[in-house]
Design a protein around this ligand. Structure first.
Ligand code: BGC
Length: 420
């Protein structure tokens, strides 16, 4: 990893990728989210007036349209994956992250859809055929309707159902995948879906939240065993959203206790429960968060993204150093910015990579970086207006346009270094 003058070289074999998730890009999915958004689109459009600042409302008037909150055909990646993967290849990526939509594979309890299994086999083959390593997430926020009807993640058979689905997938196209991720950001779901009631199933119940920790970790551990039973040498991990947390007032003991609690319940608890059955950690990092007692989030005054999120590249270094204690290889499975004008993305990527490089030099075993996202996509309860993509999507025509920052990222991927 010797650096030439002005270059920060990454380790040989470092994976350079971009990430997607099934519901956000595929289109045509029917699951708990598609049902929930139908009931909530009008409300979300109405709330935009109070939720977003004036500059955001003026820049993205789509937020007032209920249609913005209906995922529908999303980016139509389900049908366009071949040409989209051609774009990924042209950018020099050597890895690509997708997720499998459980509701497609198992639309009815215990009935597995051969055609959909075949579809994902083809997608994964297409990723491999273009020289990219597939990173496959098995659950990215959505549940089949039959499962939701019987309590979703809270159902005490959730670990059994999940691991049974995972086994089907691993048996059917497991030979094509070396890196599996069981869950994407379970703590985000615990917080938004079970504590704050903002996402389906919209619960506000601390007991449900505590229960879901156990369900997710048990399901992960069971799925880990199932995949390893099918094939010993696969790598199985989980993806966690890790924010860089700071006390609102650095001198306040209560603020510091709040940070400790948020770090434990938001970042560490789930990792402590699953780290013995994990071959790597997936880390999603977006921003720094300031916390005041009792767990109130405060804004920073510096530079922000279109979503108003604080931009803090150093935060990724701090969390990587902190995660070193788990002694597992780390992949940055998401890191990205909403930036419709593409004015800040190039700098965002480079600055984060410089801090990742520093962490690697100081002994952190980080082995890959996946930019979020490959395409503009459906940003959950915010809908389509936030633009995360390396590639811009015109949702009317489905035309793709590679953003200038993506070409800058492509240079990094091809060279395996970022300039100083
Ligand atoms: C999720 C993505 C989401 C992204 C940006 C992560 O929490 O995994 O699905 O689009 O952050 O909010």
């Amino acid at each position: 990893m010797k650096a030439d003058k002005g270059e920060l070289k990454f380790p040989d074999g470092f994976l350079w990728g971009a990430a997607t998730s099934a519901y956000q890009v595929e289109g045509g999915n029917v699951n708990d989210w598609s049902e929930w958004e139908k009931k909530n689109a009008d409300r979300l459009a109405g709330e935009a007036k109070t939720k977003w600042q004036k500059w955001q409302q003026e820049k993205f008037p789509e937020m007032f349209d209920p249609k913005n909150y209906i995922c529908g055909r999303a980016c139509d990646f389900y049908n366009r994956y071949e040409s989209d993967l051609d774009i990924a290849k042209s950018l020099g990526l050597n890895a690509f992250r997708i997720s499998i939509e459980w509701s497609r594979i198992e639309p009815e309890e215990g009935k597995f859809d051969e055609r959909e299994i075949e579809h994902y086999r083809k997608v994964i083959e297409a990723i491999r055929a273009r020289g990219m390593e597939p990173f496959v997430t098995l659950w990215h926020f959505t549940n089949p309707l039959w499962l939701e009807e019987i309590g979703g993640v809270e159902n005490n058979k959730f670990p059994f159902y999940f691991s049974r689905y995972v086994e089907q997938v691993a048996v059917n196209f497991g030979e094509l995948v070396d890196y599996w991720m069981t869950f994407n950001e379970p703590t985000v779901i615990i917080l938004k879906s079970y504590l704050r009631g903002e996402w389906p199933p919209a619960k506000k119940n601390i007991l449900s939240a505590m229960k879901t920790y156990r369900r997710f970790s048990k399901a992960h551990n069971l799925a880990y065993d199932k995949i390893h039973k099918v094939s010993q040498n696969k790598k199985v991990g989980i993806v966690s959203a890790i924010s860089c947390l700071e006390a609102g007032n650095k001198k306040s003991i209560l603020d510091k206790i709040s940070v400790f609690a948020a770090d434990y319940f938001g970042n560490k608890k789930i990792l402590d429960l699953i780290s013995k059955k994990s071959d790597f950690l997936g880390v999603n990092y977006y921003r720094r968060i300031k916390i005041k007692f009792p767990l109130i989030l405060k804004e920073y005054s510096g530079e922000v993204t279109d979503l108003g999120w604080d931009i803090n590249p150093e935060g990724i270094y701090r969390i990587l150093k902190d995660l070193k204690k788990y002694n597992l290889p780390i992949y940055i499975t998401e890191n990205g910015i909403t930036d419709a004008e593409d004015a800040k993305r190039e700098k965002f990527i480079k600055d984060h990579l410089r801090w990742i490089h520093k962490a690697i030099q100081e002994g952190v075993d980080a082995r890959g970086y996946f930019h979020w996202s490959f395409l503009d996509n459906f940003e959950w309860d915010k809908g389509f207006w936030p633009r995360f993509g390396l590639v811009e999507v015109d949702y009317k025509t489905m035309e793709r346009k590679i953003r200038p920052s993506a070409w800058e990222y492509a240079k990094i991927c091809k060279n395996n270094f970022v300039d100083l």
